[in-house]
Design a protein. Structure first.
Length: 194
């Protein structure tokens, strides 16, 4: 059975921090692959700064080309809005059944609010959580500290954000070193985030 870690995000744009974390998870845990699950543009709150789904997918696709254990996933594009992780997990289980086991990749900051997620107990009952460190305030609730399905992975702390990249790019700063080369080329050619 293939062990797949799901890395959810808008990836607007995907950057080297995302790749470093995903690659670390697949190399230093029991995961066989990591899928970047691109969160679709919500029809309920259209944000000017969020690129169309297909452009963000294309950038993720370009970013993972040279990494056979990393994949781009559009699974949430066809699911009802708003997207809840539990619905995506149920859909994946129906679609891939017995061949795949799905886990979640979470930043430590997300673990602190995980108890507020829809059906979080059900997620935890059926899936493992691989948690990577973040510099963030707040404390991890006791219920997740000794939880056997919560695995803290000693991944590098990546404090690069897509928001910072967009703002810097708009201000005319050179953001190229923070992006996979293929993503930079696509972004530059398409004149995104100017």
């Amino acid at each position: 059975m293939k062990q797949v870690g799901l890395f959810f995000g808008t990836f607007n744009p995907i950057h080297i921090g995302h790749l470093v974390i995903a690659n670390h998870m697949v190399e230093y845990s029991s995961l066989d692959e990591v899928w970047f699950v691109i969160t679709p543009q919500s029809p309920f709150k259209v944000k000017q700064s969020l690129l169309d789904n297909h452009h963000r997918y294309q950038m993720v696709f370009e970013a993972v080309q040279e990494y056979p254990k990393l994949k781009a996933s559009t699974i949430e594009f066809d699911l009802p809005q708003p997207n809840y992780t539990i619905h995506t997990l149920v859909h994946l289980k129906e679609k891939y059944g017995k061949d795949f086991s799905f886990s979640l990749l979470l930043g430590e900051d997300n673990l602190k609010s995980f108890h507020k997620w829809k059906n979080y107990q059900e997620i935890l009952a059926n899936h493992h959580l691989y948690v990577y460190p973040r510099i963030s305030a707040g404390i991890i609730p006791e219920q997740f500290k000794e939880q056997p399905k919560v695995h803290k992975v000693d991944a590098p702390i990546m404090e690069i954000s897509s928001t910072f990249i967009r703002k810097s790019h708009r201000a005319g700063k050179n953001v190229r070193p923070m992006l996979p080369e293929a993503v930079w080329k696509y972004m530059d050619e398409m004149n995104f985030y100017r």
